[in-house]
Design a protein around this ligand. Structure first.
Ligand code: TRP
Length: 350
């Protein structure tokens, strides 16, 4: 029996959502709503895996959780037709993560590049949660038996780990699963990443070889989703470029990371291909392209910033959305947990 197609994705409430998060993830979340039933989660439990100095403490976490929720809604996610909630409100995430902790292998987690990068040299001092992060992520997805996961390029390895966990669970407990008559011995689907769009990797406006990031020191390196129109336009005008005019064909962008990035942003925001953008702007001066890009960014992003501002001004409303979403998420999660417990052999209250 094939699994019902379902989309799940998560965004960490760690502050400063920017254009990279928007084009790399949120735009796809919005699009998937047309074809799938979707669950979008503000992963507050993932947000605390680095030191409190990194995530900013309780007040920051609460504020950032509401801000990501506001961004989802301002960008066009419909919390009535789909599900928007924060992870910690559904206890199944932690419960399933524990079962998966006993399925996943140390060696698998030790190979995760994101852990190596975030832990840096001082691995002894990294939290256990940071190491275990991908297991919780697998639990997020599989708790809803989601089949499709829109994510950025950097999460591909974590998705592979989710598949390995799903597969090993299905194997380890195959007999028990078949005894329950579930999906020919397949209890969990093997979730697939959806990495699409011309600008899934938005680069820094100051260095086209580095990813746009909330942690880069200069605020001019990124366009924050909360930036107002003037700030957006100014940052685009100041963005690093090279002295050459734009090429007329896409291969002319090779070895020109800054030009490539700006053309990619234009393409993504306008829903056109890079080739098409270059047909219009190629051979022209950078300054006129930048003016057009600034205008496009302002048209697309300033309304989102305005709507976010309006939404975060009413935390009660946001919290009500999260409560309602959590209730509907929990209904699905509880069913998976009930079956998972039976499969593992845990006695549960009947
Ligand atoms: N690790 C993801 C990121 O940092 C966030 C995330 C947590 C997630 N759980 C998820 C993404 C489940 C997709 C599915 O981008």
């Amino acid at each position: 029996m094939p699994f019902v197609e379902r989309v799940f994705s998560g965004v960490q409430p760690t502050g400063n959502l920017h254009l990279g998060n928007y084009l790399g993830a949120i735009v796809n979340f919005v699009k998937m709503q047309e074809t799938h039933s979707c669950i979008y989660c503000v992963v507050d439990m993932h947000a605390i895996t680095q030191g409190v100095d990194v995530w900013g403490g309780p007040a920051e976490l609460t504020r950032n959780t509401r801000e990501v929720t506001a961004a989802f809604i301002a960008a066009g996610i419909d919390p009535k037709k789909h599900i928007v909630f924060n992870q910690s409100q559904v206890s199944g995430h932690a419960e399933l993560a524990w079962i998966f902790n006993c399925v996943a292998r140390m060696g698998w987690l030790g190979r995760m590049t994101q852990f190596k990068e975030k832990a840096g040299k001082d691995r002894e001092n990294a939290s256990v949660g940071l190491f275990d992060y991908p297991v919780l992520m697998a639990a997020d997805i599989l708790l809803y038996r989601a089949t499709h996961v829109p994510v950025g390029e950097d999460q591909k390895q974590h998705l592979e780990l989710s598949r390995d966990i799903a597969q090993k669970f299905n194997n380890d407990f195959g007999e028990s699963i078949r005894a329950q008559g579930a999906n020919d011995g397949l209890f969990f689907p093997l979730p697939e990443p959806l990495i699409t769009g011309p600008a899934t990797r938005v680069m820094s406006l100051r260095d086209g070889t580095k990813k746009m990031s909330k942690s880069e020191a200069s605020d001019n390196s990124r366009i924050n989703l909360t930036d107002d129109a003037d700030t957006i336009a100014q940052k685009i005008r100041k963005a690093k470029t090279d002295p050459e005019p734009l090429p007329t064909e896409e291969k002319g962008l090779d070895a020109r990371p800054e030009a490539d990035n700006l053309v990619g942003i234009f393409a993504a925001l306008s829903g056109r291909s890079k080739a098409d953008v270059l047909r219009e702007f190629g051979a022209g001066q950078f300054s006129s392209f930048k003016n057009a890009l600034a205008e496009l960014c302002v048209t697309k992003l300033a309304p989102i910033a305005g709507e976010m501002k309006r939404l975060v001004a009413d935390p009660g409303h946001i919290d009500a959305i999260l409560n309602d979403g959590s209730d509907r998420a929990r209904a699905i999660a509880d069913e998976t947990m009930k079956l998972s417990k039976d499969i593992v052999g845990f006695i549960r209250r009947r």
